[in-house]
Write a protein that binds this ligand. Structure first.
Ligand SMILES: Nc1nc2c(c(=O)[nH]1)N[C@H]1C(S)=C(S)[C@@H](COP(=O)(O)O)O[C@H]1N2
Ligand SMILES: [Mo]
Length: 155
């Protein structure tokens, strides 16, 4: 498949419009099979936190710090797909997305890349991005904080 446009060209105006009410994520395996992953499935994985995260927006300025919580992206893939993956495209219902490479995964004690379902100790609302990708070492413009993750395509 050709690289999606969002790999190369980002709009940096946050979209506030929730695309669909359902937070279920479709996990697409390298063999083409797909499975639905609900918020309750993510809650069964080890819960991790990433403190000191900011949302840096051209639209509304900088907010935070926030402590995001949820399952690590790597833990979901390890549990459902296995190892040996190269990258995962994390795609939102509004067409926004980001590619996460296995080789860039932070090693503990660095803050993990999360599929966040909580913020500051509370369940995250759909409006706030449930399920929201958090790449803690991205601090410039929140362009990797994919809100409303709808698909994760593992390659
Ligand atoms: N699905 C989706 N996620 C997105 C965006 C978007 O347009 N769509 N914009 C990004 C940008 S540029 C910013 S600054 C933040 C804004 O997050 P907020 O709306 O929760 O403040 O969301 C990021 N994630
Ligand atoms: Mo942004």
């Amino acid at each position: 498949m050709a690289d999606p446009t969002w790999l190369h060209r980002h709009v940096h105006e946050p979209n506030p419009i929730v695309p669909t009410p359902d937070p279920t994520v479709i996990l697409a395996h390298p063999d083409g099979s797909e499975q639905a992953v609900g918020v309750e499935d993510l809650a069964r994985l080890p819960q991790q936190t990433a403190a000191g995260c900011y949302i840096v927006s051209t639209g509304h300025g900088t907010t935070g710090p926030f402590t995001f919580s949820g399952a690590a992206l790597a833990d979901l893939i390890a549990a459902q797909v296995g190892d040996g993956w190269e990258y995962a495209d994390v795609i939102a219902g509004d067409g926004f997305g980001n590619r996460v490479f296995a080789r860039e995964l932070p090693q503990p004690p660095a803050r993990p890349i999360l599929l966040a379902t909580g913020i500051d100790g509370q369940p995250m609302s759909r409006q706030a991005g449930l399920v929201r990708l958090i790449v803690p070492n991205e601090t410039d413009d929140a362009l990797r904080q994919v809100k409303w993750v709808a698909r994760i395509e593992v390659h």
